[in-house]
Design a protein around this ligand. Structure first.
Ligand SMILES: [Zn+2]
Length: 371
């Protein structure tokens, strides 16, 4: 009897403790979520105060709530057209030019427009004249930049079977026209090193190549090397010293800031945006990245590569915008820990004047059409 009583008391006690623990875990989780939300809104306040400009966005949906968030965050951006004949979402240039201009109007001009041209007809007579006339029409319509894409070097071939690189003479009149109009060339050429490497679940790009096997160079050993593609890019930058070139995605030199620094030293007309490559700053030694950003504080542009496809769910887009901007701001402006892919990285705590350049001033200097 006594033993049973003790057992019952013990059992009740255990149930009681379990309930208390459960309640406290629940309270902790709720408090955690509340603190996280408070942290996020605090970070976004700091972000908004710097008058941020995101120089690499793809917003193709005219969405009042997304636009309201952009307004609240005091955000401006460069909204970029992409043309890729392999991707049904990105294979219609006229449609994109129309969508992106519409988004610009409804976002009260906060999202400037970066156009592109179709490079695929480069061997047809009159190619450059037609491309130039379309671009000039877009410049007249306020386009601040022109994008070229990785299909040069990773997809396009000439009739004679040669890979077509960004420095093909067919594109030269186009580069000269962009420079003559004082617009900027955004060059997304090549891909991260991981595109040429065997699958590695620890890589920030692992899931991208799993979902886009057609863009995975490792599976296509016949494609040009990354070094050859970047050499062609460098050649364009060197041959067009009057043309401002912004290398998208850290100029595809994401694993070592020294590679970027070497180009900066060689080419005063070259800068990089950090779209979708901020994790690669986290993966390099903190002091090295910090020293690089301090030294080249005029040449690196804040950018995210956030995408809002025409059919996007508003709530998902809003959450992604808030989360991305808050995490990025925390990483650059504080020395607090930032979580990414299960790892913890310490923030760079950059000085305010440098933050102002990365998040605002540099965008205006490298995209003079931005108002
Ligand atoms: Zn992009």
């Amino acid at each position: 009897m006594k033993t049973l009583k003790i057992a019952m008391v013990t059992m009740l006690l255990v149930i009681g403790i379990a309930a208390a623990v459960k309640q406290s875990v629940f309270l902790h989780a709720a408090q955690g979520a509340k603190t996280a939300a408070k942290d996020e809104s605090g970070l976004l306040k700091g972000f908004a105060e710097i008058q941020p400009i995101d120089t690499h966005l793809h917003i193709y949906k005219d969405d009042a709530e997304v636009e309201a968030l952009i307004e609240r965050l005091n955000l401006r951006g460069v909204n970029i057209c992409v043309l890729d004949d392999r991707d049904p979402e990105f294979n219609n240039l006229d449609l994109q030019r129309r969508e992106i201009t519409k988004v610009r109007e409804s976002a009260n001009g906060r999202l400037a427009f970066c156009t592109t041209f179709s490079p695929y007809e480069f061997e047809q007579p009159g190619f450059a004249e037609r491309a130039v006339s379309q671009l000039n029409e877009d410049f007249a319509n306020g386009a601040v930049a022109v994008k070229i894409y990785k299909v040069m070097g990773m997809e396009m071939k000439s009739r004679s079977g040669k890979w077509v690189m960004a420095d093909d003479p067919a594109f030269e009149p186009i580069y000269r026209d962009i420079a003559a109009h004082n617009r900027t060339l955004v060059a997304h050429l090549a891909e991260p090193d991981s595109c040429w490497a065997p699958p590695n679940p620890a890589s920030p790009d692992y899931s991208y190549y799993k979902e886009h096997p057609g863009e995975y160079a490792f599976a296509h050993p016949e494609w040009p090397s990354k070094a050859a593609i970047l050499a062609a890019r460098d050649h364009v930058v060197a041959e067009n010293s009057k043309l401002r070139v912004v290398g998208a995605h850290l100029g595809s030199m994401e694993t070592n800031v020294d590679d970027i620094a070497r180009r900066f030293d060689r080419y005063p007309n070259f800068a990089v945006d950090m779209a979708a490559r901020i994790p690669y700053f986290m993966l390099q030694p903190r002091e090295k990245v910090r020293a690089f950003l301090l030294k080249y504080q005029d040449r690196v542009l804040y950018a995210t590569d956030l995408v809002v496809p025409p059919g996007a769910k508003t709530q998902d887009s809003l959450a992604e915008f808030r989360e991305t901007f808050a995490r990025d701001w925390k990483f650059f402006s504080t020395s607090e820990n930032v979580e990414y892919m299960g790892h913890t990285y310490q923030g760079l705590a950059l000085p305010q004047p440098v933050l102002k350049k990365l998040f605002h001033d540099n965008a205006l200097r490298w995209f003079p059409g931005l108002k």
